[in-house]
Ligand binder design. Structure first.
Ligand code: 8YV
Length: 323
C-alpha cells in the first residue's frame, strides 16, 4: 500500500509509527521546518491522517489536505479534531472506543479511593517519617460507605465505572443529554439536580464546546461541603478557577483529577492543596491498553485505504456517509 501517502501530525507511539512507515509513504508534520511549505508540497497527496490530542486537527489543517479521506484519532475523546468540519467535507473521523473502557474505569475507581480515603496524603505522611514521629495518620472524615455517586455522561466508560461503583456498594445516579432505556440507575435531567443528590460527582464527559465549563461554581455549590469531584473525562468540562475557589473555601470537600484545562499545566493552587489528588492524565496509560488503542488507529487507516471502510467512525461522520 506504499502508493498511499499518510500524514502524522505529531509523535505517536512506536507501534503506530512502525506499522504506518512499513505500509505507507509516511510524512511527519512535526519534522517540517516550514509547515506551510511542507503542506503545500505534500498536502494534496495525503489520503489519511493519524493524529492525537497533542495538536488541533481543525479545518485550517484539513483544508490543506484536499484529498484526505480519513482522520484516525488516537484516543476515545476527539475534541482536538474538528469532526463537524470533517463531516461537512466528506472526511471520516475515527476514534479508539471500547479498548480503553475497563482501564479508564479501573483508574477512576483508584482515583476515587485515593481521594475519599486520602490514600496519597497518608502515603506522603508515612514517607515523611511522620507515622513513627507523630503517631497514626488522622482518621479520614470521608468514607465511601452509604454514599451516592452521580455520573456525568453514562457512556461506555461511565457504565463500566457504574458497575464498579455498584460492586463497592454505592448508589449510582446519572445525568446526560437524555434518559437511557434499560439503565437501572436514576436519571437526573439537570446537572445541578444530580449534584445536589450526590455525595460524589464523577465526570466522564467528553470535551468540546457543548461541555465547556458545565461543572461550574453553581454545580460545585450543589455538590456541597461534604462532596467530592472526580474528573476522568476532559479538563475543559470543569471551570478550573471555580474549582480552585471551591476547594480553597471548602465549598466542596475534595477532588480527584486525572485531567486539566491546559495540560500538561496544572495550576499551582491545586498542587498546593493536600485534599486534592492529581494524576497526570493516566486513565488509559498502560502498555496493554495504549497498544490496543494504537493498533486501532492503524487498523482504521488500513481498512479505509483498502476500501473496506473505517472500523470505528465517530457519530459526526457516520459510515457509509449519509447523503
Ligand atoms: C489518552 C484519552 O490519554 O482516549 C482518550 O480520550 O484521553 C486518553 O485515553 C489520550 O488520548 C492520549 O493522547
Amino acid at each position: 500500500m506504499k502508493e498511499f501517502e499518510v500524514l502524522v501530525t505529531g509523535r505517536m507511539m512506536p507501534l503506530v509509527m512502525e506499522q504506518l512507515e512499513s505500509r505507507f509513504t509516511l510524512h511527519k508534520l512535526q519534522e517540517a521546518a516550514d509547515r506551510d511549505a511542507f503542506l503545500a508540497e505534500v498536502g494534496p497527496r495525503i489520503k489519511a491522517v493519524a493524529t492525537g490530542g497533542h495538536v488541533r486537527t481543525d479545518g485550517a489543517l484539513l483544508s490543506r489536505l484536499p484529498n484526505v479521506g480519513i482522520v484516525a484519532n488516537f484516543g476515545v475523546g476527539y475534541d482536538s479534531v474538528d469532526a463537524g468540519w470533517a463531516g461537512q467535507h466528506g472526511v471520516v473521523v475515527t476514534n479508539t472506543p471500547d479498548v480503553l473502557t475497563e482501564e479508564v474505569a479501573d483508574t477512576c475507581l483508584g482515583l476515587l479511593l485515593m481521594t475519599v480515603r486520602e490514600l496519597s496524603a497518608s502515603e506522603r505522611y508515612l514517607r515523611a517519617g511522620r507515622w513513627e514521629k507523630d503517631g497514626p495518620y488522622p482518621l479520614t472524615h470521608n468514607t465511601l460507605r452509604g454514599k451516592t455517586v452521580g455520573i456525568l455522561a453514562l457512556g461506555r466508560i461511565g457504565k463500566a465505572i457504574a458497575t464498579r461503583c455498584e460492586a463497592f456498594g454505592l448508589t449510582v445516579v446519572y445525568h446526560g443529554r437524555s434518559e437511557q432505556k434499560g439503565v437501572p440507575y436514576r436519571y437526573y435531567p439537570t446537572l445541578v439536580g444530580m449534584a445536589q443528590a450526590s455525595d460524589i460527582l464523577i465526570s466522564v464527559a467528553p470535551g468540546g464546546q457543548d461541555t465547556f465549563h458545565i461543572i461550574d461554581a453553581e454545580v460545585l455549590r450543589a455538590l456541597g461541603p461534604k462532596g467530592v469531584l472526580i474528573n476522568i473525562g476532559r479538563g475543559t468540562v470543569v471551570d478550573e478557577g471555580a474549582l480552585i475557589n471551591a476547594l480553597q473555601n471548602k465549598v466542596i470537600a475534595g477532588a480527584g483529577l486525572d485531567v486539566f484545562e491546559k495540560e500538561p499545566h496544572v495550576p499551582p493552587e491545586l498542587i498546593a492543596m493536600d485534599h486534592v489528588v492529581l494524576l497526570p492524565h493516566v486513565g488509559s496509560a498502560s502498555h496493554h491498553t495504549r497498544n490496543l488503542m494504537g493498533q486501532l488507529v492503524v487498523d482504521n487507516i488500513v481498512s479505509f485505504l483498502s476500501g473496506k471502510g473505517p472500523i470505528t467512525p465517530v457519530a459526526e461522520t457516520p459510515w457509509p456517509p449519509k447523503r
